[in-house]
Design a protein around this ligand. Structure first.
Ligand code: ADP
Length: 486
C-alpha cells in the first residue's frame, strides 16, 4: 500500500462498520480499492456476504427504538458534533476522496463542505419536525397528524461523490429518528468508513449508522429484500434504480431514487456569452464530467453559436489534466476503463456521422484513465452523445434556430434531472423554465447544488427529493389520529 499522508491516520478504516464494530473478517471475499490516477492499490478490505449484511440490518433494527425515542433536539446535538468533526477533518476526508475517486483536491475539499452542509442543515431540521391538527367535519372530533420515522433505512450510493451522496441520505434519516445501513460504491468505501468513524466519535450510538462493504450483487438483494428494511434510498444509474425498485416492490418499501440524467443546456442569442461559457465549463467539467447533473448536450442558437463555440473551446483547451494531488490540476482521470471506453464510443459515433472536433478528441498523453477535455461541433439529434449520459469530459454542441425547436430537442429524452438555460430575457426565462421537463433548472448558472435546494428529477431520473425543507419528509411517515371528543 501507498503512504496516504493523513494527519489523522486512524481515519483510514478498512473494514465494514456494524453495530459499532469494525468487521475484520468478511464472509464475502475481499474488495480492493485502487487510485484511478495511478492504478496503485490503496487498500484491501474484507467484504461482507449476505448473512453479515442481514446482521447489519438486524443491528439497525435493534438500535431503532432508543434512537427514535430521543427528541429532535437530542438527535440534533449528536449530529451537530458529527458536522463539526467532518468540518474539522476536511483535509483528510478530501485526501481520501482524491485517492479513491480521483477528483482534484480543491474539488474534493468542496465536496466535503457540501457533504457537511447536509449534516448541518438536517441538524437544524431535526428540531422542526412537526405535525398538524384539524377539526373533523363532524365537529365533535379532531384530526391529528403525527410525523414518525420510517424505520430502518438503506442507502446505496455511487462513487462520484463518495462523501456527499452519503450525508445527503444519512443526515436526514438520522435527524428523523431512522437508523441506516449504508452501502457505498465498491470503488470508494474509504470515504464512507471515515465518515462512520467520525459519526462514532460524535456519539452516534452503535447500530444507528452502519456501513456494509461488498459485492452489490451479493448484498444488494438482502438490503432490498429484508422485511425489516422500510426504505431504500438510492443514487446511481437508472438501470440499477429500476432493478432496486422491482426488488423493493416485493416487500412494498418506500423508495427514493436519484437516477441518471441527460442534462440539456440552452444558450440563446440573447445570452451573455461569458456567463454561458463559464456555466457550461462549471457543469460539464466538474469531476471530469462525472456527475448526474453534468451538461450532456449543449444547444446553441445560430446567432451566437460560433462566438460561443470559440470562447468555450479556448477555456476547455486550457483545463489542466492530471493527478488530483498536483497543484493547479482541474481535470482528474475517469473512474475506470469502461468509463473511458464510453466516452470514446460516443466520440466515434459522433465523428463518424459528421461531428467536428474543436479540441481534445482522444485519450490524454498521460495514459491510464485520463482523457482530453473535448468539444464537438456540428452534432445532430440522434447521435449517441445526445441520447445517453456520456459521463465524461466531452461537450457536444448542437446548433438551433428557434426556441420551440430547442425546447422540443431538450425534452426529447426519457430523463429529466437538470436542465440549464442562458438568456437575459425575463419572459423567455419563464416560458422556457416552465416548458422544460426537468426537476431542476439552472438559469444563467451551471452550479445548482446546495443543501437548501430540493435535488431530484422527473421522468426516469428518479423519485423523491433530497436536501431542502422537503428532504426530511422522505424519512418520515404520517400517522393520523381520529380523536373523538377532543
Ligand atoms: P454508476 O454507474 O454510478 O457506477 P451504479 O448504478 O452501477 O452507478 O452504482 C451505484 C451504486 O449501486 C453502487 O453502490 C453500486 O455498488 C450499487 N449497485 C450496482 N448494482 C447493484 C445491484 N444489482 N444491487 C444493489 N446495488 C447495486
Amino acid at each position: 500500500t501507498v503512504p496516504l499522508g493523513l494527519s489523522d491516520p486512524t481515519l483510514l478504516r478498512t473494514a465494514a462498520y456494524v453495530e459499532g464494530k469494525w468487521l475484520e473478517a468478511g464472509d464475502g471475499g475481499r474488495l480492493t480499492v485502487r487510485n484511478p490516477s495511478t492504478g496503485d492499490l490503496i487498500a484491501e478490505l474484507p467484504a461482507l456476504g449476505r448473512a453479515q449484511t442481514a446482521e447489519a440490518v438486524d443491528a439497525a433494527h435493534r438500535a431503532l427504538p432508543e434512537w427514535r425515542a430521543r427528541s429532535g433536539k437530542q438527535r440534533a446535538q449528536v449530529l451537530r458534533r458529527w458536522f463539526d468533526l467532518v468540518t474539522e477533518h476536511t483535509e483528510d476526508l478530501a485526501r481520501l476522496i482524491v485517492l479513491e475517486e480521483g477528483k482534484p483536491l480543491a474539488e474534493a475539499r468542496g465536496e466535503v463542505a457540501y457533504a457537511a452542509s447536509f449534516i448541518e442543515w438536517f441538524t437544524e431540521e431535526a428540531k422542526r419536525i412537526r405535525g398538524d391538527v384539524f377539526a373533523a367535519p363532524e365537529g365533535s372530533r379532531r384530526v391529528l397528524v403525527l410525523k414518525e420515522p420510517v424505520g430502518v433505512c438503506v442507502a446505496i450510493t455511487p462513487w462520484n461523490f463518495p462523501a456527499a451522496m452519503i450525508t445527503r441520505k444519512a443526515a436526514p434519516a438520522l435527524a428523523a429518528g431512522c437508523t441506516m445501513v449504508v452501502k457505498p460504491a465498491e470503488q470508494t468505501p474509504l470515504t464512507a468508513l471515515a465518515l462512520a468513524e467520525l459519526a462514532e466519535r460524535a456519539g452516534v450510538p452503535a447500530g444507528v449508522l452502519n456501513v456494509v462493504i461488498g459485492d452489490p450483487h451479493e448484498i444488494g438483494p438482502e438490503l432490498t429484500g429484508n422485511p425489516l428494511v422500510r426504505k431504500v434510498s438510492f443514487t446511481g444509474s437508472t438501470e440499477v434504480g429500476r432493478l432496486l425498485l422491482a426488488q423493493s416492490a416485493q416487500t412494498v418499501k418506500k423508495t427514493s431514487m436519484e437516477l441518471g440524467g441527460n442534462a440539456p443546456v440552452l444558450v440563446f442569442d440573447d445570452a451573455d456569452v461569458e456567463t454561458a461559457v463559464a456555466g457550461v465549463v462549471a457543469t460539464k467539467y466538474r469531476n471530469t464530467g462525472q456527475a448526474c447533473i453534468s451538461a450532456n448536450r449543449v444547444y446553441v442558437q445560430a446567432g451566437v453559436h460560433d462566438r460561443f463555440a470559440e470562447a468555450l473551446t479556448r477555456r476547455v483547451e486550457d483545463l489542466v489534466v492530471g493527478d488530483g494531488f498536483d497543484d493547479g490540476v482541474q481535470q482528474g482521470p475517469l473512474i475506470d476503463e469502461a468509463a473511458v471506453a464510453k466516452v470514446e464510443e460516443h466520440l466515434a459515433d459522433a465523428t463518424n456521422r459528421g461531428a467536428r472536433i474543436l479540441c481534445g478528441g482522444s485519450r490524454h498523453r498521460r495514459g491510464g484513465l485520463f482523457f482530453q477535455p473535448t468539444v464537438l461541433a456540428d452534432v445532430a439529434p440522434g447521435m449517441l452523445v445526445t441520447r445517453e449520459e456520456t459521463f465524461g469530459p466531452l461537450t457536444p454542441l448542437i446548433r438551433f434556430t428557434d426556441e420551440a425547436e430547442a425546447v422540443r430537442m431538450a425534452n426529447d429524452t426519457d430523463y429529466g434531472l437538470a436542465a440549464y438555460l442562458f438568456t437575459r430575457d425575463a419572459e423567455r426565462t419563464w416560458r422556457v423554465s416552465a416548458a422544460l421537463e426537468a426537476g431542476m433548472v439552472g438559469i444563467n448558472t451551471g452550479l445548482i447544488s446546495n443543501e437548501v435546494a430540493p435535488f431530484g428529477g422527473v421522468k426516469q431520473s428518479g423519485l423523491g427529493r433530497e436536501g431542502s425543507v422537503y428532504g426530511i419528509d422522505e424519512y418520515l411517515e404520517m400517522k393520523y389520529l381520529a380523536w373523538e371528543g377532543a
